[in-house]
Design a protein around this ligand. Structure first.
Ligand code: ATP
Ligand code: MG
Length: 353
């Protein structure tokens, strides 16, 4: 069976790292008979500046109908005011494909990448589930009496029962599949009573459906502190859009930064969008300094989404070898270029596959 994969490199270093990821997928596909069929799309700033195209609705429909995954680089370009094209492309994909799960691993590949290590080994190996379609990101609210001394700005935090339940279930199902025993839900229900109250009630109800798991809770301020003090506690965490944004940046900070951070945008069973957490990084475009590892780890998530778990492990193993031999870019203490790191990783994959 063929699996159609769309590759959208986008802008900036997205155009440098996404093609490296695509080569890795092609390589694994032919070595292991995975039947991946990759197709490149040129959506991004150049296309937008040329003819105004962001993401045509009929293409979005084709993605939904015929494709199983999108490998995405990054969008954002200083030539486009507020990177308008970027918001249109990413929001169209996220909302029209209803990708309600933002899954982000927080994993420390080697002690030397964490500012926390020094007082003994820290085990940092978790997966964060961030709600991706609701919360304060829905842009409901307004500025009243704007420009006066009495101005009031209101940003509504929108949480639906269906929305809360489905992201919690996604985390719990993932934990079950991966043999995890404990899942943390994090909110601020002591201060945000309405939204937090819903999360609390849903979480208690779900405990009945998952008697094999331990469903725990921690306020988000406490969890932020504990991620620094006892990161080994958090192997699976589920939270809302805003808290997930903040906690996963904290997670990136304690585990080596953006060059290693991968993410998946999912609606389980449907097409998924896979992207490194970093943006287009215009400051390092063309220097060979873009770290491709975040993209490779993103490819591992993509492979897992397609059910190719063994191949996902091969990619992770190849990355571990690059880390062990310090074949890395300068952002994580190495002195190699994007293509040197990429070639090394693919050579390891060739050996392991
Ligand atoms: P965007 O507007 O698209 O989000 P940005 O300028 O905010 O782009 P980010 O990707 O968010 O860029 O990253 C911030 C900085 O971190 C970059 O400017 C870059 O210096 C560094 N950085 C990000 N990703 C990488 C990477 N993969 N390899 C090396 N350095 C990176
Ligand atoms: Mg950015």
């Amino acid at each position: 069976m063929m699996s159609k994969i769309a590759v959208i490199p986008g802008d900036g270093i997205g155009k440098e790292v996404a093609p490296e990821g695509a080569k890795l997928l092609e390589q694994l596909s032919s070595a292991r008979g995975l039947g991946l069929e990759l197709e490149f799309f040129d959506y991004g700033a150049d296309r937008y500046l040329k003819d105004g195209t962001t993401l045509p609705p009929e293409q979005l429909e084709a993605f939904r109908r015929d494709y199983r995954a999108i490998l995405f680089g990054a969008v954002g370009d200083p030539r486009v005011p507020d990177s308008r094209h970027a918001r249109e492309i990413l929001l169209a994909l996220r909302f029209q494909l209803d990708l309600y799960v933002n899954l982000r691993p927080v994993r420390l590949l080697a002690d030397r990448f964490s500012p926390l290590v020094g007082k003994g080994r820290k085990e940092i190996d978790g997966v964060f589930f961030r709600e991706n379609t609701e919360g304060v990101y829905v842009d409901v609210g307004g500025n009243f009496k704007q420009g006066t001394a009495d101005e009031i700005a209101i940003t509504e935090d929108v949480n639906s029962r269906k929305g809360v339940e489905r992201i919690c279930r996604a985390a719990l199902d993932w934990a079950r599949k991966h043999g995890e025993k404990t899942v943390w839900m994090s909110d601020k229900s002591n201060a945000m009573r309405h939204a937090g109250g819903l999360w609390q009630r849903v979480w208690k109800e779900l405990a009945r459906d998952y008697p094999d798991l331990e469903l725990r809770h921690m306020y988000v301020d406490v969890l932020a502190m504990q991620m620094v003090l006892r990161p080994e506690l958090f192997r699976v965490v589920v939270t809302n859009n805003l808290f997930g944004d903040i906690l996963t940046d904290l997670g990136a900070g304690i585990s080596g930064g953006l060059g290693f951070s991968a993410s998946a945008n999912l609606n389980p069973g449907k097409i998924g969008l896979f992207e490194p957490v970093h943006g287009s990084a215009p400051d390092i475009v063309g220097t060979g300094k873009a770290n491709p590892i975040a993209t490779f780890l993103t490819c591992a998530l993509l492979l897992e989404h397609l059910g190719h778990d063994a191949e996902a492990r091969i990619v992770e193993k190849a990355v571990d070898l690059a880390v062990a031999e310090n074949v890395l870019t300068p952002d994580v203490g190495g002195s190699r270029t994007t293509s040197e790191v990429s070639e090394f990783v693919r050579a390891q994959v060739a050996r392991l596959a």
